[in-house]
Write a protein that binds this ligand. Structure first.
Ligand code: FE2
Ligand code: FE2
Length: 160
């Protein structure tokens, strides 16, 4: 069974969103690196490469299922934030948005009775729970300990 047109389009949009996410985190890595916060930068680079892996995985799945993939233009990402708290507020918000996109993909797969796609997407449904909770916990720690403990957080994040 081949992917429906609707699901193919949704996978294409998701691939683009994963690439946008990768660029967003790379931009955040640069932001931190410029301040000498290399632990934060390291964490963001890892995050960026994971997003690219998601894109690759979805490209492969779509092609395996007979769907067409077109690599389109990726929109510009923000390049500046007020502070680390603001960065992680944005990470959390962005990951919540991605969760909604994945849920929407599952809804289409279910409407199509496309069990292979639903099964493929479930790992991302679970992954998003982790993505949201990790971002939230770093955000909470930053809020609790404040900017004065930024070096401690930087050291912690360097171990990812
Ligand atoms: Fe992702
Ligand atoms: Fe993500």
């Amino acid at each position: 069974m081949e992917l429906s047109q609707k699901l193919t389009e949704a996978f294409n949009a998701q691939v683009n969103a994963e690439m946008w996410s990768a660029n967003l985190y790379l931009s955040m890595a640069v932001y931190f690196q410029k301040q000498g916060l290399n632990g934060f930068a390291h964490w963001m680079r890892k995050q960026a490469s994971e997003e690219l892996e998601h894109a690759e995985d979805m490209i492969n799945f779509t092609i395996d299922r007979g769907g067409d993939i077109q690599i389109g233009q990726v929109n510009v990402v923000p390049t500046a934030w007020g502070n680390a708290i603001e960065v992680f507020e944005n990470v959390y918000k962005h990951e919540c948005h991605v969760s909604q996109m994945i849920d929407n993909l599952v809804n289409i797969a279910e409407a199509d009775k496309d069990h292979a796609s639903r099964d493929f997407l479930f790992k991302y449904v679970r992954e998003q729970v982790e993505e949201e909770s990790t971002a939230k916990s770093i955000l909470e720690q930053l809020k609790a300990y404040g900017e004065c403990h930024i070096a401690i957080m930087d050291n912690k994040l360097s171990k990812r």
